[in-house]
Design a protein around this ligand. Sequence first.
Ligand code: NAP
Length: 257
Amino acid sequence: MRVLILGGTTEASALAKLIAGDKRFEPNLSLAGRTASPAVPPIPYRIGGFGGWEGLASWLKAEGVSAVVDATHPFAARISANAVKAAEAAQVALASLIRPAWIAEDGDVWIAVPTPEAAAAALGAAPRTVFLATGRLELPVFAAAPQHTYIARVIDNPGDVPLPPRIEFIYDRGPFDAAAELRLFTGHGVELVVSKNSGGAATYGKIEAARALGLSVVMIERPEKPAGHPVMSASEAMRWLEERYESHVASSSERGV
Ligand code: NAP
C-alpha cells in the first residue's frame, strides 16, 4: 500500500523508522526543503512543495497513494490545510499526528502572543539579551525591535534578509536538554526567551531552563491547523496504517485485484 508521510519533524522521522523495511507498505517521506542538508531518512523521500492542495491531490492520484500521514510541525498550518483538502479531493485516507502544546507549570512566566510580530513588540522598550528559538524564517520580524541583543539558534544561516543589528547565531539542531540550555543561557547572559509553543520533548529543555533561572518566555501560540483522523504518536500512526492496510487488502480482493 502506497503511503505518503508529510514530514520535517521528530515524529515523522520516528514513523519512517517504524515503517522502514515493512513489506506491506511503499512509503514516501515528503520534506519541504527548508533545511539545506536534512538527515537522510531510512525510506524513499522527496523534497519540495506540491503546488498547493490541487498539486498535492494530483500527486496522490498519480502515485496511487492510499493513505497520508500528516506529521508536520504544529506551526506548519498551510501544508496541513492542503493535506485535508487534497485527501478529500483524491479520496485518500488522512491521519494527522497531533503534538500536544506545552502547558505552563508553577514557576513558568509566559507572555502569550499570537504571532512572531507580536513577540517582537512584547520584548519591551528597554534593551535586553534575548534568546530566539523561533527558527530562521521568523528572524526578520525582530528587526523591528533593534534595541535588543539577540542570540538566535538556527540550523542554517538566514541568508540575505533584514536582521536586527546585534544578533549572534548558534548553529545547532535538537534535541536540546535542560542542563545544556541552562549553561547556554547563563553563558550568554540571556534575560528573555522567545519560543513557539511547539510542544514535544525535543525542545522543551529551554522552557525548563527558563523556569529554573526565573526568565520570562514570550510564547508564540499555535495557529489553527486543520487535521484528519487524529493520532498522538508515531506508533499510533503505524497502527492506523496497519488498519488501513487490512481494509486496502480486503477491498483489493473484493475487486479481484
Ligand atoms: P507551511 O507554512 O505549512 O507550508 C508552506 C508550503 O511549504 C506548503 O504550502 C507546501 O508547498 C510546502 N510544504 C510544507 N511542508 C511540506 C512537506 N512536508 N512536504 C512538501 N511540501 C511542504 O510549512 P512551514 O511552516 O514552512 O514548514 C515547512 C516544513 O518544516 C514542514 O515539513 C514542517 O513540518 C517543518 N517544520 C516547520 C516548523 C515551523 O515552525 N513552521 C518547525 C519545524 C519543522 P506547496 O503548497 O507548494 O505544496
